[in-house]
Design a protein around this ligand. Structure first.
Ligand SMILES: [Zn+2]
Length: 326
């Protein structure tokens, strides 16, 4: 089992709430912004324990922590309750429940995960409670997208973040569960710094193939004939283009960092080793990284995938040789 608490307690969100709790200045509502959709609810549960446990770091063994862990705390309510996300009737239930005195503790805690699923009507309904919260009521609102939350709601809550984790933090958190070190490093290097994406990539059998393909393209592609061959291969193998872009980004950035950056920021030393003879000048690396960003945008606008890949591969070739001649 991954210790989500160990990650949660190094986040900015934890530190802000910890400081508010120890100075008796808890906000009645927090907006927790976290990219990791898979684990958002787990983090939210941890913050609920943080509010109620008498220790500053949830002890996991007191009555409050145990009851919250087993979904049986009478003063802690989790939403959404259905697959449909948070609905207006959930907010109605929160409003009426918020006027009932807490039973187990002095606080009543409402935990709303996936708040990005709330439509404007539902959010406006919630706003009334946020404006005049009953005493001892605390609302934790977790969202994967800050943009999905109305400005009026945001102005009534304290925003805290769960930022992406560093490579070292993720490897340490996952090493017991993910035994294949090379696979884990590949996954961490191509992830967005969240536990959810790292685990998904670790389980993705294709990631290694895409990395190998990226390395081959950067080291062996020499001519327009090669461009056509590789683009055909990418299309034929139904390579996930977003993953291909992530991999190119990782390989190019690591190469750039190796040349002129803080070596501890290299994400995938293994793959980098295999790029030793690729011979890209720094200027070429920078141009190609920006071309990958362009390619992502074009893909979003439904560009023809065949043409998009060819365009990007030609760009890689062109920039590589142009900068070598300078
Ligand atoms: Zn506790």
């Amino acid at each position: 089992m991954i210790d989500l608490g160990a990650l949660a307690k190094i986040t900015k969100a934890f530190k802000v709430i910890d400081n508010d709790k120890s100075t008796n200045r808890l906000s009645h509502a927090y907006l927790i912004v976290c990219q990791d959709a898979e684990n958002l609810e787990g983090y939210m549960r941890y913050f609920a324990k943080q509010l109620l446990c008498s220790e500053s770091v949830p002890c996991e063994s007191c009555r409050h922590c145990s009851l919250i862990n087993s979904n049986a705390h009478q003063d802690v309510f989790f939403y959404p309750t259905s697959e449909k996300g948070i609905l207006t009737e959930d907010i109605n239930a929160i409003i009426s429940e918020s006027y009932v005195r807490p039973i187990e503790s002095e606080k009543k805690v409402f935990v709303l995960s996936n708040a990005q699923t709330m439509n404007a009507v539902t959010q406006n309904k919630l706003l009334k409670t946020l404006e005049e919260p009953p005493k001892n009521v605390y609302i934790l609102i977790g969202t994967t997208s800050e943009q999905a939350i109305l400005p009026t709601v945001k102005s009534r809550v304290k925003k805290v973040e769960i930022s992406p984790f560093s490579k070292t933090v993720l490897i340490n958190a996952l090493i017991d569960q993910c035994k294949d070190r090379e696979k884990l490093e590949n996954a961490v290097a191509c992830s967005d710094g969240t536990l959810g994406k790292t685990l998904a990539l670790y389980q993705d059998q294709n990631l290694k193939n895409v990395i190998d393909l990226g390395i081959e393209i950067l080291t062996k592609m020499q001519s327009s004939k090669d461009v056509l061959e590789y683009s055909t291969k990418i299309i034929k193998n139904k390579t996930d283009l977003d993953q291909f872009f992530d991999v190119l980004d990782m390989l190019l950035r690591d190469t750039l960092v190796k040349e002129c950056g803080d070596q501890s920021l290299i994400t995938n030393p293994n793959a980098l080793n295999q790029l030793q003879n690729a011979n890209f000048k720094n200027g070429a690396l920078i141009s190609i990284i920006s071309a990958v960003t362009d390619a992502r945008k074009r893909k979003q606008f439904n560009a023809n995938q065949n043409m998009l890949i060819e365009w990007l591969l030609f760009k890689i070739l062109e920039e590589k040789f142009r900068w070598q001649k300078l």
